[in-house]
Design a protein. Structure first.
Length: 75
């Protein structure tokens, strides 16, 4: 079941959203917004990013990393 969501945006923002949807090949603004919503669900928060960075730094300092001359050497 679908529901309708109404947004209030300035005219310039509406023009920009329509332009972006068209440029990116979406058939409608609705499908573009649906894509943005799905993409947003894949993002991590600043807190998660900082925690991952701290874990990586701790691992590196403990000698748990590999120094390789190139990415191909890691694979």
């Amino acid at each position: 079941m679908r529901a309708i969501v109404s947004l209030s945006l300035p005219a310039t923002a509406v023009r920009k959203v329509k332009q972006l949807a068209k440029q990116r090949g979406y058939s409608s603004v609705s499908s573009y917004v649906q894509h943005l919503f799905k993409a947003d669900q894949d993002l991590i928060s600043e807190t998660e990013l900082l925690a991952a960075t701290r874990r990586a730094r701790k691992e590196y300092r403990a000698g748990g990393s590999i120094k390789a001359p190139s990415l191909a050497d890691l694979l």
